[in-house]
Design a protein around this ligand. Structure first.
Ligand SMILES: CC(C)(COP(=O)(O)OP(=O)(O)OC[C@H]1O[C@@H](n2cnc3c(N)ncnc32)[C@H](O)[C@@H]1OP(=O)(O)O)[C@@H](O)C(=O)NCCC(=O)NCCS
Length: 149
């Protein structure tokens, strides 16, 4: 089930973030509780729940035009959850008027293959990660869920 995160979900979001085995934070102190709180209370964080447990989330940053987070707990991958959450984040950026979204990811990861398959274009490198971009022009309305939040 897709829903919008609330502040009380932040601890669970951090658990999902720390459960992944790729795109691990080299310095966990770089992502603070304030960051989570900003995303939860501003553009919104999309959450995927299975039987009441949060197993994935995404967050877009309309200030920078990028995907800030996309994480699915190990064991729940390959079921379409990441694609749904990515669509929500892209929809958020598109609604904010972002025409070209960007994100970075570690090379040779499942995420790299995932973004390529989703049509993202590898345009270079940023901070030792791969830089991807995707056009979000108005005539290419991003397919998002029938958002109930
Ligand atoms: C990258 C990541 C977000 C992808 O999430 P996901 O839920 O596995 O993604 P999806 O299930 O939507 O798509 C992945 C694959 O499942 C397939 N799939 C999609 N829906 C499916 C379904 N209903 N049933 C079976 N397979 C499905 C997709 O076609 C895709 O196949 P492919 O791997 O052969 O290309 C996830 O692997 C992850 O969190 N990785 C670790 C953290 C990370 O690197 N995050 C990115 C930070 S930049």
């Amino acid at each position: 089930m897709l829903r919008k995160a609330v502040v009380g979900d932040i601890a669970a979001l951090k658990l999902v973030r720390s459960s992944v085995v790729e795109n691990i934070l080299s310095d966990p102190s770089k992502v603070t509780d304030d960051d989570y709180e900003w995303f939860v209370t501003n553009p919104g964080v999309a959450i995927w729940e299975e039987k009441g447990i949060i197993v994935g989330f995404s967050a877009a940053d309309p200030r920078q035009g990028n995907i800030w987070a996309l994480f699915v707990t190990l064991g729940f991958e390959g079921k379409g959850i990441g694609s749904r959450l990515l669509a929500e984040a892209c929809s958020c950026l598109q609604s904010a008027g972002v025409e070209r979204a960007w994100l970075t990811t570690d090379p040779s990861t499942r995420a790299e293959r995932f973004y390529r398959a989703a049509g993202w274009e590898h345009v270079g490198e940023k901070d030792n990660e791969l830089l991807f971009e995707l056009s979000l022009s108005a005539d290419q309305r991003v397919e998002s869920s029938s958002r109930s939040w």
